[in-house]
Design a protein around this ligand. Structure first.
Ligand code: 5GP
Length: 230
């Protein structure tokens, strides 16, 4: 397999028509130091695999990756779109800091925040800029938003039935060889805010943002995983 890239949290390899994604096990956030733990790599890989399966059962155009080993997934090869798609149901993080919403404010409707990825940082971008920069055509942008909304609304309802509240999460999309917009990359508790409906207990990276304790984080990820898939 040929190595085609290395991100902060994954190694990427080309394998014919597929991309192989090996998780590194890093834990990153602005309030704590970066650390690496193999258990984190395994939890993130398994969560991603299971959530793709769940989404695919309800949104068949989402293809399930193959799990090659405990920290490695294989997906259809597609050209990544340099945007992060972040559906939000409840305010936290950047929308609290930048737009003055109170933490925990419930949005009247789901808000889809789109960030432009650069080597320096990720920047909030508008529809017009996405089209003007040639990242997506208006039709592709529409297709991408529809896919994000379908996935987000499905997960929001599914988690609610499990007694969990989805505050926000990050997705990445790509264009496949037929020009179709597809879901790629990780979806895990590393890029999600998920809390218990009654107690407000967090099962996501907020645990590490607050405590800097990786054992507490792993425990939270394990409970979150069990609550959703167990
Ligand atoms: P915020 O906009 O508050 O920084 O992030 C919103 C949600 O998207 C959070 O659940 C956060 O963890 C996730 N998110 C945003 N950017 C990234 C990223 O670059 N990597 C990961 N793993 N998650 C992200």
């Amino acid at each position: 397999m040929k190595k085609i890239g290395e991100g902060k949290s994954k190694l990427l390899f080309e394998d014919g028509q597929s991309v192989v994604m090996e998780f590194k096990g890093d834990v990153r956030c602005s309030t704590q130091e970066v650390l690496y733990d193999l258990r984190i790599a395994k939890i993130r890989a398994l969560f991603t695999y299971e959530i793709y399966k769940l989404i695919s059962q309800n949104i068949p155009e989402v293809l399930v990756p193959e799990m090659i080993d405990e920290k490695t997934l294989k997906m259809e090869s597609a050209t990544p779109i340099p945007l992060e798609w972040i559906p939000r149901f409840v305010a936290a993080g950047s929308v609290v800091k930048r737009f003055g919403f109170e933490e925990g404010y419930i949005f009247s409707d789901m808000i889809l925040k789109i960030d432009y990825k650069t080597d320096v940082d990720d920047y909030l971008i508008t529809d017009e800029l996405i089209v003007e920069k040639g990242i997506l055509s208006p039709r592709e942008l529409c297709e991408a938003k529809e896919l994000c909304k379908k996935i987000a609304n499905f997960l929001n309802l599914y988690f609610r039935e499990k007694g969990l509240v989805l505050w926000d999460f990050k997705m990445e999309l790509a264009k496949n060889k037929d020009g179709k917009i597809v879901l790629i990359d990780e979806i895990s508790l590393d890029g999600m805010r998920l809390k218990d409906l009654l107690t407000g207990e967090s099962f996501d990276k907020d645990v590490y943002r607050r405590t800097g304790d990786v054992e507490l984080l792993i425990r939270a990820y394990e409970i979150g995983y069990q609550r959703i898939f167990g």
